[in-house]
Design a protein around this ligand. Structure first.
Ligand SMILES: C[S@@+](CC[C@H](N)C(=O)[O-])C[C@H]1O[C@@H](n2cnc3c(N)ncnc32)[C@H](O)[C@@H]1O
Length: 359
C-alpha cells in the first residue's frame, strides 16, 4: 500500500468514518459513491428488524385492546380512551406509522358526521376505510386480535396465520391515510417531475399507495405497473381500479428474483422501502438477476428511483423500522451500472435516490 493511501486511511479512521471498499477494480466514479458511510453511533448501517412485524409494547397493546373493545361493544368511550393512549405514544414509539393509522380509526369512531365525512373525502382513504370496516370492522378486529394477541385464530402460530397478519399489517402501514404527515409523500412525488405519458414500474407496490398517485400524474396516455410478490396486495389494487374505473394501472406478480416487464418498457422504475430487503436478504445470484431485470426493463434514458429508510439514532421519530445507509445503495448500484444523478431528503428517515443507467 503506498504512503498517500495509508495517510488517507488514517484520516478516514481518525474522522470516525467507516470505509466500505469497492470490491473490484472498476473506474472510480466522479462523485465517489459508497466509499464511506458515516458512523456516529452504534446504530447499524443496515437493519431489517421489522421482517417479523413491529415490536409490541405495553402501551400499544393497551391502545389496541381499547380500540378492539370499542368495536366489539360499540362503546365509543373506549375509542376515546384508545385515542388518548395513541396520542401519547405516537411521539415516543411510532412504529412505521401503524399507530397513526389506528388513531385515525379512533378519530373516525368518535368524530361527528361532518368529521367522518371529511376523513373519507379522499377516495383512496375511503377504500382503505371500507377494507377494514366492512362486515362490522371484521378486518380491523382481526388485525388487532392477531397483532396484539388479543384473540386466538384457528391458524394462529402457523405460516398461514403469520402471512395473514403480515398482509394486514403491511396494508395498515402502507396505505395509512396519515402517511403524508410523517413521510411527506407529496414532496417525494413532486421531485420526480412525472410527466403525462410516462410509463412507471412501481416495484414492491404493496397495496398501491404510490401506484395510484402515479396513475393520476401519468394520465390516460401513460401506464403504471404495480408489481409485487404478494397476490393479496395486487388483488386489492385490481379491486380499487375496478371500483374507481382506473384503466392505466396493471398489476404484475413479481418472481422475487426479478421483474417480468419487457425490455425497454419503463421510463421510471420506482422502489419505495424495498431495496433494503433485496440488499439484506437476497443471495448474490438473486440480487444480480433482480437488478439485471430492472436494468433491462428501463428504457435507455430511464430513471431508477430508490426511496428507502435512512440511518437514524434510536428514538428519532417519526419512523422506527428497517433501514439502510444510502451510501450502501449508491455504492452497490454503481457497480451494477447505475449512476446517481439526484438525491433528496425531506425528512431524516427517508431519502430519495435517482439513478440513470450508465451507457
Ligand atoms: C415495505 S413494503 C413497501 C410497499 C410500497 N412500496 C409502499 O411504499 O407503500 C415492500 C413491498 O415489497 C414487496 N416485495 C418484497 N420483495 C419483493 C420482490 N422481490 N419483488 C417485488 N416486490 C417485493 C413486499 O411484498 C411489500 O409489498
Amino acid at each position: 500500500m503506498c504512503y498517500p493511501r495509508i495517510v488517507s486511511w488514517l484520516l478516514l479512521l481518525a474522522s470516525g468514518w467507516n470505509t466500505i471498499s469497492p470490491a473490484t477494480a472498476v473506474d472510480r466514479p466522479a462523485f465517489e459513491p459508497g466509499d464511506a458511510a458515516p458512523i456516529s453511533s452504534k446504530v447499524s448501517l443496515v437493519h431489517l428488524g421489522s421482517v417479523d412485524s413491529f415490536t409490541i409494547t405495553e402501551q400499544g397493546t393497551l391502545a389496541g385492546r381499547l380500540l378492539l373493545n370499542a368495536l366489539e361493544n360499540k362503546d365509543m368511550t373506549e375509542a376515546a380512551a384508545a385515542k388518548v393512549v395513541y396520542h401519547a405514544i405516537v411521539p415516543k414509539e411510532h412504529y412505521g406509522g401503524e399507530y397513526t393509522a389506528l388513531e385515525w380509526f379512533c378519530d373516525y369512531l368518535i368524530g361527528t358526521e361532518d368529521d367522518q365525512r371529511a376523513q373519507l373525502a379522499d377516495r383512496f382513504h375511503r377504500s382503505f376505510f371500507d377494507f377494514f370496516a366492512q362486515n362490522d370492522y371484521a378486518n380491523l378486529k382481526e388485525y388487532l386480535g392477531r397483532k396484539y394477541k388479543l384473540k386466538e385464530f384457528a391458524d394462529s402460530g402457523t405460516n398461514d396465520g403469520r402471512d395473514r397478519l403480515s398482509f394486514l399489517e403491511d396494508f395498515i402501514l402502507f396505505n395509512n391515510p396519515r402517511r403524508e404527515e410523517w413521510e411527506r409523500t407529496s414532496k417525494i412525488i413532486e421531485c420526480l417531475k412525472i410527466q403525462p405519458g410516462t410509463t412507471i414500474a412501481d416495484v414492491g407496490s404493496g397495496p398501491g399507495y404510490y401506484s395510484f398517485k402515479f396513475a393520476e400524474l401519468t394520465g390516460a396516455s401513460g401506464k403504471v405497473y404495480a408489481i409485487d410478490t404478494v397476490q393479496n396486495h395486487l388483488d386489492y389494487v385490481q379491486n380499487v381500479c375496478r371500483e374507481f374505473g382506473i384503466s392505466n394501472v396493471e398489476t404484475m406478480k413479481d418472481r422475487a428474483d426479478g421483474i417480468s416487464l419487457n425490455p425497454d418498457t419503463a421510463d421510471l422504475v420506482f422502489m419505495c422501502s424495498l431495496y433494503h430487503i433485496i440488499y439484506t436478504t437476497s443471495t448474490e445470484e438473486v440480487k444480480d438477476r433482480f437488478v439485471a431485470s430492472v436494468k433491462d426493463a428501463l428504457k435507455p434514458d430511464g430513471r431508477l428511483v430508490i426511496v428507502d429508510n435512512a440511518v437514524v439514532q434510536d428514538g428519532q421519530l417519526p419512523y422506527h423500522g428497517p433501514h439502510i445507509a444510502k451510501e450502501l445503495v449508491i455504492g452497490q448500484l454503481y457497480y451494477y451500472g447505475f449512476d446517481l444523478t439526484e438525491q433528496h431528503q425531506f425528512i431524516p428517515q427517508r431519502y430519495v435516490l435517482i439513478f440513470k443507467k450508465r451507457t
